[in-house]
Design a protein. Structure first.
Length: 351
């Protein structure tokens, strides 16, 4: 029976579909298994599995703030989603959920902190979910690396002013494979955007190759991750890379002829023009070897717009590698900025 005059109504009627998806992959059950509960079983009213489900479902439904749970805890539909057996009894309140979110990795039990989590288990779970989504081995796996800002508006712990973003913020590291999140590491902003990337890529690649030893893996990122440590590791471990390369005067000179050609075409057609080229390039100090660089000489109305990427891929036309492989990372960046800042901020995934 559908009735619209009751005092217990919900606008989240589609949420049971989320539960069906979760039951199929077991995400929340497995995520809850990454926590260690040292509370007295005789005094527990809300299990870790129930609280994890309550918080994650509320986030998925758009209830971002813990204060929302002062009302949501009496919502029978959320109770159903969270696995509450007695729907007339309330779910966990904001203070109880806050203690869950403030739990630390492998923390020793104290009077006020009796729930901890295993960071290693959570990391493995994210990659396992990606591996299980494939019935057969993929031909190529592209790992997208990116960092973005989470603006801070108070005096949060480890806050730092970041000049590029012109604000106090955190600087989380994300790694995606297509639509699958493989890593979300919340970091302070007083460090390089690529800090910790090698260790995370090494961990993820190792787990992937336990199942698919011969799969081709490509690391893709913007110029903020074009660091010798990452490129050296990839070359030593059979991992390809395609990374943005920051412009400098030497690179601009190598692109002079294609840029003149692009400008001539623009003056003839009146439309923005791109001319691609490639060449071997080595920095004067930091790189240990010459590497393949693809240059895009683009002329748009009123100015030049040169761009460069460095790659270990020996095959492929320069234009195809740039436009079809490298530029595809823009979709991943938009997905991160729109959806995942809240995820890292609220679930507090610390290094």
């Amino acid at each position: 029976m559908a009735e619209f005059s009751s005092d217990r109504l919900t606008t989240d009627g589609g949420s049971p579909l989320l539960r069906q998806v979760d039951r199929r992959i077991g995400l929340l059950r497995r995520f809850a298994g990454c926590f260690l509960d040292r509370r007295d079983p005789l005094r527990i009213e809300h299990s870790v599995a129930e609280m994890v489900s309550q918080r994650v479902y509320a986030l998925a439904l758009g209830y971002e703030d813990l204060n929302n749970h002062e009302q949501l805890r009496y919502d029978p539909l959320l109770g159903l989603l969270a696995g509450k057996r007695e729907l007339d009894s309330p779910l966990a309140g904001k203070s109880t959920l806050n203690r869950l979110e403030l739990s630390r990795a492998d923390e020793v039990s104290t009077r006020y902190h009796k729930i901890s989590y295993s960071a290693e288990k959570i990391d493995r779970l994210l990659v396992d979910l990606f591996l299980e989504s494939h019935r057969t081995r993929p031909r190529r796996i592209v790992l997208d690396l990116d960092s973005t800002d989470i603006p801070l508006h108070g005096h949060q712990e480890r806050r730092f002013f970041h000049g590029y973003y012109d604000s106090y913020c955190y600087l989380p590291l994300y790694i995606f494979a297509g639509d699958h999140l493989l890593c979300a590491r919340l970091r302070p902003a007083d460090q390089d955007g690529a800090a910790g990337a090698v260790a995370e890529v090494e961990r993820i690649v190792g787990q992937i190759r336990q199942r698919w030893p011969r799969v081709e893996i490509v690391v893709r990122a913007d110029s903020g991750f074009c660091r010798k440590e990452l490129m050296n590791w990839c070359e030593e471990n059979r991992v390809h890379y395609i990374l943005g390369l920051a412009r400098n005067e030497r690179l601009r000179k190598l692109l002079e002829r294609p840029m003149r050609e692009a400008r001539q075409q623009y003056e003839t057609t009146g439309k923005a023009t791109r001319v691609f080229t490639e060449f071997g390039y080595r920095t004067r100090k930091s790189w240990r070897r010459s590497r393949r660089v693809i240059g895009k000489a683009e002329y748009i109305p009123g100015k030049e717009n040169p761009r460069f990427v460095v790659t270990s891929l020996a095959e492929g036309e320069p234009q195809a590698l740039y436009e079809k492989l490298y530029c595809a990372r823009g979709e991943m960046e938009n997905r991160i900025k729109e959806q995942l800042c809240l995820f890292a901020d609220r679930l507090r995934i610390y290094p």
